[in-house]
Design a protein. Structure first.
Length: 432
């Protein structure tokens, strides 16, 4: 067979396998399968926050049954995995990405089957990590990050707030502002929708082609800017870039490993655009502390009181605590997805530094080519060279300008070598 025909067949095989993954994973709506209904919230507040929410394994089976046959769906992913090996071979780079996706989706199904049992948290920790995981031998953990952040935030409390922190915009006004801004960013007002929703736990959430804003809330200018960057530039941007791939269409969908990269990339963009702020850092590190508490045996009451002590009202404390225990039970282990934000930030920031140090800066924009993972970037780079991938259309300016991000990382590499404790001693006269 001539080389041109082989290459054409190769692309067709990748496309067909990719489409099978996209179609098979479609009913796996993780957060929908884990949510608690309004009756649970009403019960909790009816009893003045003194009784645990009535959640057990039976609740998920009766009130929130899966919309698919788990065993059949697992078999479908196993068959795709076998097809990948038969069609692309054992050592194919793109094949290895798709095989890992099949494995992760299988584990997701098994996690959903285990809702309300200890096994649920075990699989969640495998997929998203634990608050006690280290980044390398001898390195601090995410819990250590939360401890450091809490100490620092206490010292700058109320010293940096401005009018931008005042919650003066309604949910409807937030929708209007985001619609206008994202229409400009994506240069197509009909491509992205922003709409009100009362069916989400978070203040904002991005779907395949829309951003949902929690109805009935008030927002600050800083929060709206964060939604623009986090949900718009990153989550919607990478979705649209993935959907634009003519062959590797699997890049439009993300298994748990890509969630860590996605959320980390979104947090980095908040920081690179100077859109983040102390209360946002507190929100993210409080999530680490809450997950850690549940991993150590704390129940719903304990975590709820933790958020109350952090200054949240009862409603916000309830919603934040539900994020920790959704899919589990009120006195069981946590759903650890909320670690992805800080974990992903640390992993990606260090990848950027090392990529610049080693001259691999052309791989950096591939973070936005779709729902990617750090470990796949070298394979995606090869696929780009082969013409299997098309470059991402939507890249934030901070990453589109590789010269600027390289300069930042060069200084970061040096600053990391300085001893902050030693500097504190030398600077003590200036810091009084």
């Amino acid at each position: 067979m001539p080389n041109g025909e082989v290459e054409k067949e190769y692309k067709v095989i990748i496309f067909d396998l990719s489409e099978r993954i996209v179609a098979t994973q479609k009913p796996l709506r993780i957060l929908d399968a884990l949510k608690w209904d309004d009756e649970i919230e009403a019960y909790f507040f009816k009893h003045h926050c003194k009784k645990l929410p009535p959640i057990d394994a039976e609740y998920y089976l009766k009130k929130n049954p899966l919309s698919f046959d788990p065993e059949k769906k697992i078999s479908e992913f196993h068959e795709i995995d076998r097809s990948i090996r038969r069609s692309l071979g054992q050592y194919s780079g793109v094949g290895s990405i798709m095989q890992r996706m099949c494995y992760e989706y299988t584990r997701v199904i098994q996690m959903l089957q285990a809702r309300g049992t200890p096994r649920f948290t075990e699989i969640s920790q495998e997929l998203y990590g634990s608050s006690s995981d280290v980044f390398h031998v001898g390195a601090p953990t995410l819990k250590d990050l939360a401890t450091l952040a809490a100490s620092t935030l206490t010292k700058i409390k109320d010293k940096v707030n401005t009018d931008a922190d005042d919650k003066v915009y309604t949910s409807a006004e937030c929708v209007a502002m985001l619609s206008e801004r994202l229409a400009n960013y994506f240069d197509d007002k009909d491509q992205v929708r922003v709409e009100l929703s009362d069916g989400i736990i978070a203040d904002a959430a991005a779907g395949a082609d829309r951003i949902k804003i929690h109805d009935g809330l008030m927002f600050s200018a800083r929060e709206i800017r964060t939604f623009e960057i986090h949900e718009g530039w990153v989550h919607l941007g990478t979705t649209l870039n993935g959907m634009a791939q003519p062959i590797c269409t699997f890049l439009s969908k993300g298994p748990p490993s890509s969630t860590v990269t996605q959320e980390g990339l979104a947090i980095i963009m908040e920081i690179f655009t100077f859109s983040s702020y102390p209360d946002r850092v507190k929100e993210l590190t409080n999530r680490i502390n809450a997950v850690n508490m549940a991993e150590q045996g704390a129940n719903f009451f304990d975590v709820f009181e933790f958020f109350r002590e952090q200054g949240s009202n009862e409603y916000d404390s309830y919603q934040s605590t539900v994020r920790v225990f959704r899919g589990s039970v009120p006195d069981g282990g946590p759903y650890t997805k909320d670690l992805s934000y800080s974990k992903g930030f640390i992993l990606i920031y260090n990848y950027l530094r090392l990529a610049v140090q080693r001259g691999l800066i052309k791989r950096i924009p591939l973070l936005f080519v779709g729902k990617t993972t750090l470990e796949d970037l070298h394979i995606l780079s090869d696929l780009m060279d082969e013409g299997i991938l098309v470059p991402p259309k939507y890249i934030p300016p901070q990453f589109a300008d590789l010269a600027a991000v390289s300069a930042w990382m060069i200084y970061s590499l040096f600053l990391n070598k300085l001893d902050l404790k030693r500097l504190a001693v030398d600077f003590r006269a200036m810091l009084k």
